[in-house]
Design a protein around this ligand. Sequence first.
Ligand code: PBG
Length: 311
Amino acid sequence: MKQKLVIGTRGSKLALWQAQHIAACLRERYPEIAIELKHMVTTGDRILDVPLAKIGGKGLFTKELEVAMLSGEIDLAVHSLKDMPTELPEGLVLAAVTDRVDPGDALISPQYKTLDNLPAHARVGTSSLRRKAQLLNVRPDLTIVDLRGNLDTRLKKLTTEKLDAILLAVAGLRRLGWDEHITQILPQDICLPAVGQGALAIEAREDDPETLALLAFLNHEPTRQATLAERTFLAEVEGGCQIPIGVYGEIKATGQLSLQAVIMSPDGQEAVHDAIDGSPADASLLGHTLAVRMLDNGGREILAKLFAGEM
Ligand SMILES: NCc1[nH]cc(CCC(=O)O)c1CC(=O)O
């Protein structure tokens, strides 16, 4: 019987909240097990001044934690599922995917409140190509300003960089109790979220069945299935998180899994939208099928131009 579980976490406010939340769930369930937190720094935390799209590479926010897990220094890691590459390193598995309450994106505009109200050429901060493309698709006049840093830094930049609005994930703001800043939750027909947005991923070693069994109760199966469809879609289209792709899977009241997605050019001028429905048991097949269909219907050309640097 385990006497101790060590959770590895990044040191950002959001990462700490997430790790502490999972620690609290574990302590409540297993009062006899000591739950410890170990803070670690990832490459993504170290390089804060360069737009993520330019750094490239996968797993910027996960790699150091994964190395520590494989060496046995920590037993599990808590991540935002959105920050996890679609392929995990050999020997590691997703022990659980938690329920997600807020998959969407929020507009924060103290002065103008909503996208419709933003004046022509308003300055909007985001460093996500996905958010940028989807905004420009409906509002080509907007000036998109790069915005990096932790959530608190980005909120501060709204004022210091004289921005009219910024975009952030609803989930992160809610977790930190900053949802009073949200002035509009963007509707899904304007902005589809990133793969896995809003869900927490608990990663552990494949050869550690005892820990995996202890973590199983944290898993929310409908969210795991919906995000499996999303992650398969992404893996099929390209992998990586810095391409203008939005995708959202959801198990409906009918029990069907519905998956909708968009592939856009970074300027938002070219877009392929599509959706698919089916059994949650076929989550990865649905993600795969939708990706192939969208690539065949114009998605491939958009991505080819993007990778050739024409956009
Ligand atoms: N890219 C950083 C990141 N990773 C996870 C979240 C928010 C929480 C989540 O999506 O689960 C954020 C902040 C943001 O995109 O605004």
